[in-house]
Every structure is written in C-alpha cells, then in structure tokens.
Design a binder for this molecule. Sequence first.
Ligand SMILES: Cc1cc2nc3c(=O)[nH]c(=O)nc-3n(C[C@H](O)[C@H](O)[C@H](O)COP(=O)(O)OP(=O)(O)OC[C@H]3O[C@@H](n4cnc5c(N)ncnc54)[C@H](O)[C@@H]3O)c2cc1C
Length: 330
Amino acid sequence: MFTQPSRHLFLSNQIRRLQSTLVIAEHNNEALSAVTQNTLSAAKKIGGDVSVLVAGTKCGPAAEKIAKAGGISKVLVAESDAFKGFTAESLTPLIIATQKQFKFTHILAPATAFGKAVLPRVAAKLDVSPITDIIGVKDANTFVRTIYAGNAILTLEAKDPIKVITVRGTAFPPEPLEGGSAAVEKAPDGDYKTDLTEFVSQELTKSDRPELTSAKNIVSGGRGLKSGDNFKLLYDLADKLNAAVGASRAAVDAGFVPNDLQIGQTGKIVAPDLYIAVGISGAIQHLAGMKDSKTIVAINKDPEAPIFQVSDYGLVADLFKAVPELTSKL
Ligand SMILES: Cc1cc2nc3c(=O)[nH]c(=O)nc-3n(C[C@H](O)[C@H](O)[C@H](O)COP(=O)(O)OP(=O)(O)OC[C@H]3O[C@@H](n4cnc5c(N)ncnc54)[C@H](O)[C@@H]3O)c2cc1C
C-alpha cells in the first residue's frame, strides 16, 4: 500500500527505469567534441539509463574519455574503416543495429553538422519524427525548442515510441568527464561499408584561438568592418581578451572572413560570457545565434540599430575609432 505521493514517486521511478537513452558521441577518434558533454547532460536530464556510442576508425581514446563521465552505464565502441569521415551513410546502419539490440527509448546527438547529418537519417529509418535542436527537457516526452529564428519558444510532447533528438549544446551545461567508470563494450558487429558515399579528404581550419562554440569571449564583426583586412582590428582586440572571432553572414558573404566564422540561424549558435558585436546591425537571423550570450556589448554608429535592443552595453561610435581605443586600454 502506498500513500498518494509515495505511489506517484514509485511509479515515476519505475517509468524512469524503463527509459534508456543512447548518446551518439561526436569526436575525432582521439578527443571528444566538447558538445558531446552537453548532449550527455541533456540525456541525464531525460533520466533513466544512459549509454554512449563511440564509432570511428581507432576511437579507443575517445571512448576511454567518455567512460569517465558519471552516470553512464555503458560505452559501446565500434571501430571500422567504414566510419572514416563519420559519414551519416555508414553510421546509420550501426545505430539502427544498436537500437535493435538494446531498444532505447531515446537517441540523442549534438545539433552540429555531425548530428544534423546523422539523426534525421536514423529517424527516417525508424519511421519516427526527429526532434531537432532542443534547448530544454521538461520530461521524458516533452521538449523545448525555438521556432521562427528564435522568435518563439515551442514546447512539444513527442508521441513516437523512440525519440530521436538533436541537442543545442549551449542550452545544457557540459557533463564533467570524471567520477564515473562505465563499462566499455563492443557495439553490434556488421558490415557498415556503404557505396552511397565515400570519404575522400577534409581540410580543417587550424587556429590558435578558442573554438567559437565553446569560447568564453567572442568578438564578432559585420558588414560595418568594410573589408577582410579591417578584421585585423577585431583580431587585435580578441588577442587581448583571449577571445574567438565570429562574423555576421553579411561579412561572410562579402568574403571578409571564411564561413566557419558565421554566427546565426544558418551559422553557429554561441552563448559565451561576453559577446562584442562590432558593426553588426542585429538582424533576427544573427540574434538567433548569439542572443543567449551572458553579456552583449554592441559598437555601432547607428543609434537605431536593432542590436542595441538586445545589448547590455551599447556604444554609439565609429568602430574604426572605438575598437583601437578599446584595445589599447585593455
Ligand atoms: C534565411 C536567412 C538566414 C540568415 N542567416 C544568417 C546568419 O546565420 N547569420 C547572420 O549574421 N545573418 C544571417 N542572415 C542575414 C541577415 O538577415 C542580415 O542580412 C545580416 O545579419 C546582416 O549582417 P550585418 O549586421 O553585418 O550587416 P548590416 O545589416 O549591413 O549592418 C552593418 C552595420 O554596421 C554598422 N556600421 C557601418 N559602418 C560602421 C562604422 N564605421 N562604425 C560602427 N558601425 C558601423 C551599420 O550601422 C549597420 O548597423 C540570414 C538571412 C536569411 C534570409
């Protein structure tokens, strides 16, 4: 016999016990992408048993790292040349085979280029709707995500038996990689080679600066910079602040900087402690990528620029005077 509250607690614990989540780790075989830790924390918020799938060519080191996170029951490892380049076409059959064996209720991956490529394919194969880019977990069936370029927040209840979800990293704290010792096991064997795509090569941007999506400080430039050469002003300021440098789409489209610097709806989503927007008007598609930053500083010569509506500190000034002055005072 249970009293009402303890019966409720008993039932919700039973339901949680039936839940199990698979997190697809993003990594480069050696190191985990930081966003894997954020995805893990979303999985823990859902509750129940959490497992992680690490698939790569020689991904032992990455698997060992994630096994140290607390609260994971097992790490499933799949090593094969088929996973070179981490293509969605080779990973999907592995995830489906893993799902068949373990019958997870939730499958999660980060909402990065990696997760956005793999999980919709997995959802299609499982005949369920993917739930993309969640920013909150209310309970095991109810999730929060933004719509209309971040202008409205939607809470959705998922009815599919398997929830296939991508997670916005900046909305969840990183799960520390310490305190745990999960069992490391082999993922289901199979022939995961595919003729659909072939990984040829990749060229990665090398930079000594912090990575944009995990940087604590970001200095970001827009069309107001007028040329790629003028971005040097921002690099000088960023050096003083140990900051990453970002850009608006207009600055990227004008060829001032490469497109991996783009922040916004169709670029990267960031939420640093400090975001300095220089010569950026604050279009809604840009705000969608940075408005969760803790402190926003805007430098713009137009007092009517919409960026001032979201900024904590605004400086109406010519950036070509204000930025060097700021850099020299730091
Ligand atoms: C589907 C879609 C997706 C999009 N995705 C993105 C996205 O992901 N990211 C993104 O950024 N945009 C995106 N955009 C584009 C977006 O709508 C804007 O066009 C873009 O953000 C504008 O960039 P900007 O602020 O650099 O340029 P502008 O809007 O031209 O603003 C330049 C600003 O610089 C200021 N300025 C000029 N000279 C100076 C000076 N000397 N000193 C100080 N200030 C100065 C001006 O006052 C102005 O406010 C998207 C658009 C669409 C339709």
